[in-house]
Design a protein around this ligand. Structure first.
Ligand SMILES: [Zn+2]
Length: 275
């Protein structure tokens, strides 16, 4: 019997979730060098297109959306998703986002519930959702465990997404990281709400071993069985936190058909982000 994972051919790969941040010992170099490192790893792994997500913080380790737009302006294979801080954003930041959207410079907005200790249904976020609907772009929301110990996970639990999905039926929402470890809750939100998508980024950090991989593959397969044809699932790695090579190899182990794999690896992203 031929295993589907082996017959999978790399038609195209869109990585919907990468960063140009440096973290502790990862990517400690200039912004220009970090971008070069991204291109090198994209070339090595045959990634056709990547979306760079800016952070809710701006500092030496975390470039602003404006810096990322400037450094990538001549790169056809890069899209930018603007991270927005709900605590610190000013009307000016907001107007910048509007301007970038008008000029088709950004492809989505990312908010960091959990890191900023607000529920996604907090009224403070409504104007972000309204902006996304106005320009037909998705909002990406961090769900599940937080990389920082200062995050509070009740705010990032995937169950909270139902609230905004129902109240904003025209809003397209991407739950980043499948709400890990609450993948079972994430699958219900995906099954129930046609305007919700999820990316599979950031699930395997550090040493990838067979057991951790297998456990996650089983959980994702259960999600697909429950939520149906994966027209809501997006490939994303969370590079540089995750290794691109091992991430692709991990996702290729999903026991799905070639057409379903194509949906996950690029077709859903193409449609959602109008690439
Ligand atoms: Zn990320």
């Amino acid at each position: 019997m031929i295993k589907l994972s082996i017959t999978y051919s790399k038609n195209m790969i869109i990585d919907t979730h990468v960063h140009l941040n440096s973290y502790e010992n990862i990517l400690k170099m200039s912004l220009k060098e970090r971008l070069k490192a991204l291109f090198d790893t994209m070339t090595k792994n045959s990634i056709d297109h990547s979306f760079i997500l800016s952070s809710y913080k701006v500092n030496h380790d975390r470039p602003s959306t404006a810096q990322i737009l400037e450094i990538t302006k001549k790169c056809d294979n890069i899209g930018v998703i603007a991270g927005l801080s709900i605590d610190n954003h000013t009307d000016n930041d907001y107007q910048n986002c509007r301007k970038w959207l008008k000029d088709s410079m950004i492809k989505g907005i990312k908010i960091y519930c959990g890191y900023e200790h607000y529920y996604p249904f907090d009224k403070k976020y409504q104007r972000v959702y309204d902006l996304c609907v106005e320009f037909g772009i998705p909002v990406l929301i961090h769900t599940g465990d937080t990389f920082s110990k200062k995050g509070k996970v009740r705010y990032s639990h995937p169950i909270n997404i139902d609230e905004i999905a129902v109240d904003n039926p025209d809003l397209k929402i991407v739950m980043c990281h499948l709400g890990n470890p609450w993948i079972i809750d994430c699958q219900e939100i995906l099954y129930k709400n046609r305007n919700v998508y999820a990316d599979i980024s950031g699930l395997l950090v550090g040493d990838v071993n067979f057991r951790s991989e297998k456990c996650l593959i089983d959980k994702i397969m259960e999600l697909i069985r429950y939520a149906g044809e994966p027209d809501y699932l997006l490939y994303g790695s969370d590079w540089p936190i995750c290794n691109m090579e091992s991430y692709i190899s991990f996702v290729q182990k999903l026991k799905v058909s070639q057409s379903q794999m194509d949906l996950i690896m690029y077709k859903n992203a193409k449609k959602l982000f109008s690439v």
